[in-house]
Design a protein around this ligand. Structure first.
Ligand code: RBF
Length: 163
Protein backbone atom coordinates (compact mmCIF):
# COMPACT_ATOMS: atom_id res chain seq x y z
CA UNK A 1 0.00 0.00 0.00
CA UNK A 2 1.24 3.47 -0.84
CA UNK A 3 0.43 6.38 1.43
CA UNK A 4 0.52 9.98 0.33
CA UNK A 5 -1.02 13.07 1.90
CA UNK A 6 -2.89 15.60 -0.22
CA UNK A 7 -2.48 19.28 0.59
CA UNK A 8 -6.19 19.64 1.30
CA UNK A 9 -6.85 22.01 4.18
CA UNK A 10 -10.60 21.61 4.47
CA UNK A 11 -11.51 21.63 8.17
CA UNK A 12 -7.90 21.77 9.37
CA UNK A 13 -6.61 24.22 11.95
CA UNK A 14 -3.10 25.54 11.22
CA UNK A 15 -0.73 27.55 13.41
CA UNK A 16 1.83 29.90 11.89
CA UNK A 17 4.91 31.17 13.75
CA UNK A 18 6.57 34.11 12.00
CA UNK A 19 9.71 36.03 13.00
CA UNK A 20 9.79 39.83 12.94
CA UNK A 21 13.48 40.04 11.91
CA UNK A 22 13.67 41.06 8.25
CA UNK A 23 9.99 41.83 8.51
CA UNK A 24 9.57 42.92 4.90
CA UNK A 25 10.60 39.41 3.85
CA UNK A 26 8.71 37.55 6.57
CA UNK A 27 5.48 39.48 5.91
CA UNK A 28 5.74 38.40 2.27
CA UNK A 29 6.29 34.79 3.41
CA UNK A 30 3.24 35.11 5.67
CA UNK A 31 1.11 36.48 2.81
CA UNK A 32 2.24 33.56 0.65
CA UNK A 33 1.43 31.04 3.37
CA UNK A 34 -2.01 32.52 4.09
CA UNK A 35 -2.87 32.59 0.38
CA UNK A 36 -1.78 28.97 -0.11
CA UNK A 37 -3.75 27.83 2.94
CA UNK A 38 -6.86 29.68 1.77
CA UNK A 39 -6.60 28.18 -1.72
CA UNK A 40 -6.17 24.73 -0.18
CA UNK A 41 -9.45 25.11 1.69
CA UNK A 42 -8.31 26.26 5.15
CA UNK A 43 -10.63 28.85 6.63
CA UNK A 44 -7.94 31.54 6.73
CA UNK A 45 -9.95 34.69 5.90
CA UNK A 46 -8.64 37.54 3.77
CA UNK A 47 -5.85 38.57 6.18
CA UNK A 48 -5.51 35.45 8.28
CA UNK A 49 -8.45 36.27 10.52
CA UNK A 50 -10.41 33.11 9.65
CA UNK A 51 -11.03 30.42 12.26
CA UNK A 52 -8.65 27.95 10.62
CA UNK A 53 -5.44 29.93 11.12
CA UNK A 54 -3.70 31.47 14.12
CA UNK A 55 -0.54 33.54 13.68
CA UNK A 56 2.07 34.07 16.40
CA UNK A 57 4.76 36.73 15.86
CA UNK A 58 8.13 36.20 17.58
CA UNK A 59 11.20 38.49 17.69
CA UNK A 60 13.56 36.41 15.52
CA UNK A 61 14.24 32.99 14.04
CA UNK A 62 15.89 31.89 17.28
CA UNK A 63 12.54 32.17 19.10
CA UNK A 64 10.56 30.19 16.49
CA UNK A 65 11.02 26.67 17.96
CA UNK A 66 9.74 27.63 21.42
CA UNK A 67 6.57 29.25 20.09
CA UNK A 68 6.08 26.30 17.72
CA UNK A 69 6.39 23.93 20.65
CA UNK A 70 3.74 25.87 22.63
CA UNK A 71 1.41 25.62 19.66
CA UNK A 72 2.15 21.93 19.08
CA UNK A 73 1.68 21.03 22.75
CA UNK A 74 -1.66 22.85 22.88
CA UNK A 75 -3.08 20.02 20.77
CA UNK A 76 -5.22 22.54 18.87
CA UNK A 77 -3.37 22.45 15.53
CA UNK A 78 -3.20 19.84 12.77
CA UNK A 79 0.03 21.42 11.56
CA UNK A 80 2.36 24.35 12.20
CA UNK A 81 4.17 26.51 9.65
CA UNK A 82 7.36 28.36 10.69
CA UNK A 83 8.46 31.43 8.75
CA UNK A 84 11.67 33.42 9.10
CA UNK A 85 14.63 34.88 7.23
CA UNK A 86 18.24 34.69 8.33
CA UNK A 87 20.60 36.77 6.21
CA UNK A 88 24.29 35.99 6.21
CA UNK A 89 25.55 39.48 5.49
CA UNK A 90 23.77 40.88 8.54
CA UNK A 91 24.35 38.00 10.95
CA UNK A 92 27.87 37.14 12.12
CA UNK A 93 26.59 34.04 13.89
CA UNK A 94 24.37 33.12 10.94
CA UNK A 95 25.10 29.41 11.25
CA UNK A 96 24.13 29.29 14.92
CA UNK A 97 20.85 31.14 14.45
CA UNK A 98 19.83 29.38 11.25
CA UNK A 99 21.03 25.97 12.46
CA UNK A 100 19.48 26.39 15.90
CA UNK A 101 16.12 27.37 14.42
CA UNK A 102 16.08 24.46 11.99
CA UNK A 103 17.19 21.90 14.57
CA UNK A 104 14.68 23.27 17.07
CA UNK A 105 11.86 22.99 14.55
CA UNK A 106 12.79 19.39 13.76
CA UNK A 107 12.91 18.60 17.49
CA UNK A 108 9.42 19.99 18.07
CA UNK A 109 7.95 17.96 15.22
CA UNK A 110 9.57 14.73 16.31
CA UNK A 111 8.87 15.20 20.02
CA UNK A 112 5.18 16.12 19.59
CA UNK A 113 4.27 14.24 16.40
CA UNK A 114 2.66 17.41 15.03
CA UNK A 115 3.91 18.30 11.53
CA UNK A 116 6.00 21.48 11.72
CA UNK A 117 7.24 22.81 8.39
CA UNK A 118 10.26 25.06 8.01
CA UNK A 119 9.89 28.11 5.77
CA UNK A 120 13.11 29.66 7.03
CA UNK A 121 15.06 31.43 4.33
CA UNK A 122 18.84 31.37 4.73
CA UNK A 123 20.27 33.78 2.21
CA UNK A 124 23.41 35.81 1.56
CA UNK A 125 21.54 39.07 0.94
CA UNK A 126 18.13 40.65 1.58
CA UNK A 127 17.60 40.81 -2.21
CA UNK A 128 17.88 37.02 -2.43
CA UNK A 129 15.51 36.67 0.51
CA UNK A 130 12.95 38.96 -1.14
CA UNK A 131 13.16 36.95 -4.36
CA UNK A 132 12.35 33.77 -2.48
CA UNK A 133 9.43 35.37 -0.71
CA UNK A 134 7.38 35.87 -3.84
CA UNK A 135 8.93 38.91 -5.46
CA UNK A 136 9.99 36.88 -8.50
CA UNK A 137 7.47 34.08 -8.51
CA UNK A 138 8.12 31.34 -5.96
CA UNK A 139 7.12 32.02 -2.36
CA UNK A 140 8.77 29.72 0.19
CA UNK A 141 6.04 30.58 2.71
CA UNK A 142 3.44 29.10 0.38
CA UNK A 143 5.58 25.98 -0.12
CA UNK A 144 5.98 25.52 3.63
CA UNK A 145 2.21 25.88 4.13
CA UNK A 146 1.46 23.18 1.54
CA UNK A 147 4.12 20.86 3.03
CA UNK A 148 2.47 21.25 6.45
CA UNK A 149 -0.98 20.36 5.05
CA UNK A 150 0.39 17.35 3.18
CA UNK A 151 2.04 16.05 6.35
CA UNK A 152 -1.13 16.64 8.41
CA UNK A 153 -3.05 14.46 5.94
CA UNK A 154 -0.31 11.82 5.85
CA UNK A 155 -0.39 11.72 9.64
CA UNK A 156 -4.13 11.00 9.52
CA UNK A 157 -3.36 7.95 7.37
CA UNK A 158 -0.35 6.63 9.28
CA UNK A 159 -1.20 7.48 12.89
CA UNK A 160 -4.26 5.69 14.18
CA UNK A 161 -5.26 8.31 16.76
CA UNK A 162 -4.25 11.43 14.82
CA UNK A 163 -6.70 14.29 15.53
N1 RBF B 1 16.90 36.82 13.59
C1 RBF B 1 16.44 36.48 12.37
O1 RBF B 1 15.33 35.94 12.26
N2 RBF B 1 17.19 36.71 11.25
C2 RBF B 1 18.43 37.30 11.31
O2 RBF B 1 19.06 37.51 10.26
C3 RBF B 1 18.93 37.65 12.58
N3 RBF B 1 20.16 38.22 12.70
C4 RBF B 1 20.63 38.51 13.94
C5 RBF B 1 21.92 39.05 14.08
C6 RBF B 1 22.44 39.33 15.35
C7 RBF B 1 23.84 39.90 15.46
C8 RBF B 1 21.64 39.06 16.50
C9 RBF B 1 22.19 39.34 17.90
C10 RBF B 1 20.38 38.54 16.37
C11 RBF B 1 19.86 38.27 15.10
N4 RBF B 1 18.58 37.73 14.97
C12 RBF B 1 18.11 37.39 13.73
C13 RBF B 1 17.65 37.65 16.12
C14 RBF B 1 17.61 36.29 16.81
O3 RBF B 1 16.83 35.38 16.03
C15 RBF B 1 16.93 36.45 18.18
O4 RBF B 1 15.67 37.06 18.03
C16 RBF B 1 17.77 37.31 19.14
O5 RBF B 1 19.08 36.80 19.19
C17 RBF B 1 17.16 37.32 20.54
O6 RBF B 1 17.12 36.02 21.09
Amino acid sequence: MIHEGRADGDGLKVGIVVARWNERVTRALLDGALGALRRAGVDSGAAGEGDGVEVAWVPGAWEIPLAASWMAESGRFAAIVCLGAVIRGETPHFDFIAGGAMRGIADVAIRTGVPVSAGILTCDTSEQALERSGLKGGNKGAEAALAALEMARLREKLVVDAP
